[in-house]
Design a protein around this ligand. Structure first.
Ligand SMILES: NC(=O)c1ccc[n+]([C@@H]2O[C@H](COP(=O)([O-])OP(=O)(O)OC[C@H]3O[C@@H](n4cnc5c(N)ncnc54)[C@H](O)[C@@H]3O)[C@@H](O)[C@H]2O)c1
Ligand SMILES: [Zn+2]
Length: 363
């Protein structure tokens, strides 16, 4: 049953969001549809929706992916008298689509919802695949459900207002997709890594990015359809994330004027990819070229990660706590045998992890 739902989940990339909203109004009825809109896009786009549907504007950002906000959404759905045949549209970045998806999963034991992602990261990752959730007791995504949207509608025009740092953060997840999928038997993955390498990241123009976005989504959709509950193939999507998650909590970036800021998720994943490609090369003989290409992009666009020496121990401690581990003493990574050939459940030692971090911080 659940599997069938995944197969039915429709993803489209469109240049005409108005036409899609018209279509949905006809099939669901505008009075049975309600919308969550991220505050970051509301000033420009709220009217797009509020002329037709009831709208709740949600403060976006990680701290709002909370039980309090979830409760506000439940109240909004009750006050709008949404029945089990109603529809919730979630318009925003991954924080809004994750939380909105969980609200839809739990309200009256589940109503239909549609994701309309407004960040690059949400388009290629968060809004696809049906993982929903909120943060709880200080833990990211501690409470959630596998509950796929009936559709994900990608309108690249949103990206015209997205800050450059956020575009880079999303692009890192696309680089991950290219690395792990290129060469697999997925038509859209054909040559994906090279096409990403050839893309001029200086431009980040929504129209030019659209074919690459569509192909990265197709790859993720293929993988989550084949393995919805993450028993095997889906774990390959964790490439870069064992180191990435630990770096996200520990490292910081230095801005051009020397100030320090926390790492965005995608930036941390990019650094994680470099550490894991280093291990893929030293432990599994993966070609060095991909590591060199990625390092060059890192230095040019993302900057180097900053970290105190003592942080290496903390990063390794955090990797021991990763939820992929069977035992707390392990560090479990997805590595690459070569581009397009990921291998899951690779257990690495603390010394190997430390060597990869030393490499990353020496760049
Ligand atoms: N469910 C999944 O499979 C999955 C996968 C990856 C990430 N996630 C989750 O996604 C979240 C991160 O997603 P995100 O990076 O989209 O974060 P986000 O929702 O916080 O958005 C990032 C920033 O972009 C701003 N923003 C959004 N759209 C904009 C637009 N069009 N123009 C200008 N500004 C805009 C927001 O104000 C916010 O500050 C995390 O909570 C993460 O756990 C989930
Ligand atoms: Zn990620």
């Amino acid at each position: 049953m659940q599997k069938k739902h995944y197969l039915c989940s429709l993803i489209m990339v469109t240049t005409d969001l108005h036409a899609e909203l018209d279509r949905l109004s006809v099939s669901y009825g505008a009075d049975r549809m309600v919308v969550l809109v991220a505050a970051s896009v509301a000033p420009v786009w709220q009217k797009f929706f509020s002329d037709r549907f009831r709208v709740l504007v949600l403060a976006d950002g990680e701290e709002n992916k909370s039980l309090d906000t979830l409760q506000r959404v439940w109240d909004f759905l009750f006050e709008a008298d949404i029945t089990r045949s109603g529809l919730l549209l979630c318009v925003g970045g991954g924080t809004v689509t994750d939380l909105g998806g969980l609200a839809a999963a739990t309200y009256k034991r589940g109503i239909h919802y549609i994701n309309i992602p407004t960040t690059l990261l949400a388009m290629v990752d968060a809004a696809v695949g049906g993982k929903t959730g909120i943060n709880y007791r200080g833990l990211k995504n501690a409470v959630g459900a596998f509950y796929p949207p009936v559709e994900t509608i990608v309108w690249p025009e949103w990206l015209s207002t997205l800050p450059a740092e956020q575009l880079l953060s999303g692009f890192a997840e696309m680089l991950k997709t290219g690395l792990l999928a290129d060469g697999q038997k997925i038509p859209q993955a054909e040559g994906l890594w090279q096409r990403l390498m050839q893309y001029d990241m200086e431009r980040m123009d929504p129209t030019e990015l659209t074919p690459l976005i569509a192909d990265c989504i197709a790859v993720k959709q293929y993988i989550v359809t084949a393995d919805p509950s993450e028993t095997g193939l889906r774990k390959t999507l964790n490439l870069g994330h064992t180191f990435g998650h630990a770096l996200e909590e520990t490292a910081f970036a230095e801005t051009k004027n020397g100030a320090q800021t926390g790492l965005l998720h995608g930036h941390a994943v990019l650094y994680g990819l470099i550490a894991e490609l280093y291990l893929s090369h030293t432990l599994l003989g993966c070609e060095r070229e991909a590591l060199q290409q990625l390092t060059q992009r890192m230095i040019h666009y993302y900057g180097r990660p900053a970290c105190k020496c003592t942080d290496r121990e903390r990063i390794i401690r955090l990797m021991h706590q990763d939820k992929k581990n069977e035992r707390a003493t392990e560090i479990n990574c997805t590595l690459l045998r070569s581009t397009g050939h990921p291998v899951i459940n690779q257990i690495i030692t603390d010394a190997q992890a430390d060597e990869a971090l030393e490499y990353l911080f020496s760049l």
